[in-house]
Design a protein around this ligand. Structure first.
Ligand code: BES
Ligand code: MN
Ligand code: ZN
Length: 509
């Protein structure tokens, strides 16, 4: 989708649809909003009539489509709910609802009247960014394997009009930047949605190399031989059962500032998680092509960070393997040595994410001495049980990093909830035969014991762990409860949130 900014009034442009936001009408106040006078004129008073009939109430998700008698396209009113609760996320969802509703209806061009979304606490730039997110992400569908697709909106224009004409420069810059982020999200979604027969560890390495070439990033791929030499026993063990060999992929963005921070971003890249010898029951296996979501998010973050030229240096590490049972697979009872020298007692081959991450975390903290490390992983079913499928779990050993990520989460509508990590959880992952064990016999606080395990591999580096098992993808049964900008399948959760964090670092460090 193309996105642009136009100084003119939205209703004077010849687009297939013009969308405006409308707040929910108060209990007593039934008067027709003056801000919709232009829309009402365009449809010769039919909007006011619809308002008076209570056909338009302004409730969230309410859409009203009126055709202009002059044949110049449609007027779309999207409900924003009560004005007192209006925030950027409301606009993000509303824009996606409009784009979704216009899909397959012959509307190629869409205009938003920005002034109807830049209201109260939501300034023009924030509103514009939310509309870009909503329109671009809401228009996404994974169509690679479909013979035919319904056409949708191809061009979105944000109209400033007289009210916002002075904001032009700021809005244009905000829109251009947010478009790059949203575009990185779509790119990541396309990769995340590839099935496991196609998105093998080597394929992820190829994608990383292509990305590096496009954006001038240094990309290093460690194959099995090299991983063996390095002592990455975790990735090798997990990948041992598959004919598609494991890879550790490192992508480096050098940073925009001369003496900025170095942020390491590490992702779990299990291209398929069958559980291995501790095999999963069929229903729990059906979505496990999405077990690479963390690693794919890392690539998306690198794409956005490099395109936007964020200040900090960013080192992405993808820990990629396919977890399958076979004669060469690792087994329960095996003891493997991770990159940092610690030994891992494998009690359950289905707790493989933490095993591959141990090498990636250990490697990046030793090799790059980053100021902070963030990992993203579809790590535990316990995260989904605890927090549901709309937010990620956050565990961090550093207050500033945790607060920074929570602020970025709130700003982007990719929610996180912080969870504790205590000595109790640390005690639970101690092993009788090695240093740590990868699972605990009592199924309690699974997200937190997984975090306690990971902590062994970051040393004293400020670290945040994002368990995104729930929000990484939607299914047919969960999609209907999600905001309209989340598609069916992989949604690239974490890309917007971590990119926001990296963009804001320049202000906090
Ligand atoms: N990839 C799964 C976690 C998962 C579950 C992601 C559901 C998305 C949706 C992970 O590798 C796993 O199997 N974890 C086990 C760990 C257990 C064996 C200690 C789990 O959570 O059951
Ligand atoms: Mn597993
Ligand atoms: Zn897994």
């Amino acid at each position: 989708m193309k996105v642009q900014v136009d100084r003119r009034e939205g209703l004077t442009a010849a687009t297939d649809a013009v969308a405006s936001g409308v707040f929910e009408r108060g209990e007593k106040d039934d008067s027709f909003p003056r801000t919709l006078a232009r829309e009402d004129d365009a449809v010769q008073g039919h909007l006011k009539a619809a308002w008076q009939r209570k056909e338009v109430k302004g409730k969230r998700k309410e859409l009203t489509v009126l055709h202009r008698p002059d044949g110049k396209g449609r007027i779309v009113l999207v409900g924003l709910g009560p004005r007192g609760r209006y925030e950027a996320e409301t606009a993000r969802r509303a824009a996606a609802e409009v784009v979704r509703a216009l899909k397959g209806k012959g509307a190629r061009t869409l205009a938003f009247r920005l002034s109807s979304f830049a209201v109260d606490r939501v300034d023009a730039e924030t509103a514009a960014q939310a509309l870009v997110d909503g329109a671009v992400l809401g228009g996404y569908e994974f169509v690679k394997y479909k013979a035919t697709t319904e056409g949708g909106v191809e061009e979105t224009t944000l109209h400033l009009g007289e009210e916002l004409s002075r904001e032009e420069a700021g809005v244009k810059k905000a829109v251009a930047e947010e478009f790059d982020v949203a575009d990185a999200v779509l790119w990541a979604r396309n990769l995340q949605n590839l099935p496991a027969d196609t998105a093998t560890p080597e394929r992820l390495a190829e994608e990383a190399r292509a990305l590096g070439k496009e954006l001038g990033l240094k990309v290093t791929v460690f194959d099995e031989a090299k991983l063996k030499e390095m002592g990455c026993g975790g990735i090798l063990a997990v990948g041992g059962g598959s004919v598609h060999p494991p890879r550790m992929i490192v992508v480096e963005y050098p940073g925009g500032a001369r003496r900025g921070r170095t942020v390491a971003v590490v992702g779990k890249g299990i291209t398929f998680d069958s559980g291995g010898i501790s095999i999963k029951p069929a229903p729990q296996m059906s979505n496990m092509k999405f077990d690479k979501s963390g690693a794919v998010a890392v690539l998306g973050i690198l794409r956005a960070a490099a395109t936007l030229k964020v200040a900090p240096k960013v080192v992405g590490v993808l820990c990629c393997a396919e977890n399958l049972p076979s004669g060469s697979a690792y087994r329960p009872g095996d003891v493997v040595r991770s990159f940092n020298g610690k030994t891992i007692e494998v009690l359950n081959t289905d707790a493989e994410g933490r095993v591959v991450l141990s090498d990636g975390l250990g490697y990046v903290v030793q090799q790059y001495r980053p100021d902070e490390v963030i990992d993203l992983a579809t790590l535990t079913g316990a995260q989904v049980v605890a927090l549901g499928d709309d937010m990620g779990g956050l565990v961090a050993n550093d207050e500033r990093l945790a607060q920074g990520l929570l602020a970025a989460a709130a700003a982007t509508g990719e929610p996180l909830w912080r969870m504790p990590l205590t000595d109790y959880h640390r005690e639970l992952v101690k092993s009788d035969v090695g240093d740590v064990r990868n699972s605990v016999e009592i199924p309690l606080a699974g997200m937190l014991t997984a975090s306690a395990f990971l902590e062994n591999f970051v040393g004293t580096t400020p670290w945040a762990h994002l368990d995104i098992a729930g929000p990484a993808y939607t299914t047919l049964s969960t999609k209907k409860y999600q905001p309209a900008y989340q598609n069916l399948g992989g949604v690239a959760f974490g890309v917007r949130l971590v990119t926001r964090y990296l963009r804001d670092l320049v202000r906090t460090s």
